[in-house]
Design a protein around this ligand. Structure first.
Ligand SMILES: Nc1ncnc2c1ncn2[C@@H]1O[C@H](COP(=O)(O)OP(=O)(O)OP(=O)(O)O)[C@@H](O)[C@H]1O
Ligand SMILES: [Mg+2]
Length: 263
């Protein structure tokens, strides 16, 4: 059972890996065509499926051995029962009919157990799948703040004070180190800098998609960590570098997140 558990876990990981390759290929299909990388994508998908094949064969082998073992056990127990029965009849301790009835009971219960045993793998699979799912569901976000305060009338003064930040996926690369920025209310401010210098990374910090490693981001002098998250985000209008257009009208796209806005 432990062996099956490991294998079932591995095969799930292998399928997840293959699925992510397929998903990437489909979502970046234009890039794929533009670089005529179809063959490469097909090849890497096929390669990633090899692992699932290997684990599938192993699982079938283990299951087959298990099934053979349980059938063997059932047949051996029948043989033992007949052997003991022979002695009992020979010594006049039981009738032949009783022995036969007991034999049927042993066979039928053995078959029942056998059928139950083949379902163990499904139980195991379900358990592993649910474990992964629950692990993800129970992960709590460090940025949620439902009971924070909100500022009654927002002026719009933004300040970054000694902010240090790096993305969790690449903690060794600092994006901001001791960054200061003051944006007075109603002022248009442009940030200019090299590609990848961290201009766009200011925005997710303002929206609290991420929190700074050190330092603070202030809205009208209040650390945004103390503000209620939904309220904070509803105060910000954002058009990103690569804007996402939803399949709605242009008007609805502009008013997205602000259904109460006037024409
Ligand atoms: N989600 C992310 N996870 C990890 N690293 C990221 C992420 N987003 C951006 N980066 C990295 O952070 C650095 C700064 O990126 P950012 O997009 O802020 O730069 P930028 O100044 O806006 O660049 P550009 O001029 O191209 O718009 C880059 O090295 C980028 O690769
Ligand atoms: Mg940018």
């Amino acid at each position: 059972n432990i062996f099956l558990h490991r294998l079932a876990e591995n095969i799930q990981d292998a399928y997840a890996e293959a699925a992510s390759i397929a998903e990437q290929a489909v979502s970046y299909i234009r890039t794929l065509y533009a670089f005529t990388n179809e063959t490469l994508a097909k090849y890497s998908y096929a390669t990633s499926l090899q692992d699932t094949l290997r684990y599938g064969i192993l699982i079938s082998l283990v299951q087959g051995l298990g099934l053979g073992f349980t059938y063997g056990l059932a047949i051996c127990s029948c043989a033992l029962q007949l052997w003991v029965g022979r002695f009992l009849v020979a010594h006049g301790k039981a009738h032949g009919g009783e022995i036969i009835a007991a034999l049927f009971a042993v066979i039928l219960s053995g078959l029942g157990l056998n059928q139950a045993a083949t379902n163990f793998y499904s139980f195991e699979q379900g358990r592993i799948a649910a474990y992964r799912l629950f692990e993800m569901i129970s992960r709590s976000s460090s940025t949620t703040n439902h009971d924070g305060i909100s500022i009654p009338s927002v002026q719009g003064n933004i300040e970054f004070r000694n902010v240090y930040f790096s993305y969790l996926s690449r903690p060794e690369i600092p994006i901001l180190s001791g960054f200061y920025l003051t944006v007075p209310a109603k002022k248009a401010v442009a940030l200019v800098g090299r590609n990848g210098s961290g201009k766009s990374s200011i925005i997710p910090l303002m929206e609290r998609f991420y929190d700074p490693t050190l330092g603070e981001v202030l809205l009208d002098g209040e650390n945004i960590k103390n503000l209620q998250l939904e309220w904070l985000r509803s105060q910000i209008g954002l058009v990103t570098q690569e804007p996402a257009l939803l399949s709605l009208s242009i008007k609805e796209n502009i008013a997205y997140g602000r259904s109460a806005a006037s024409d």
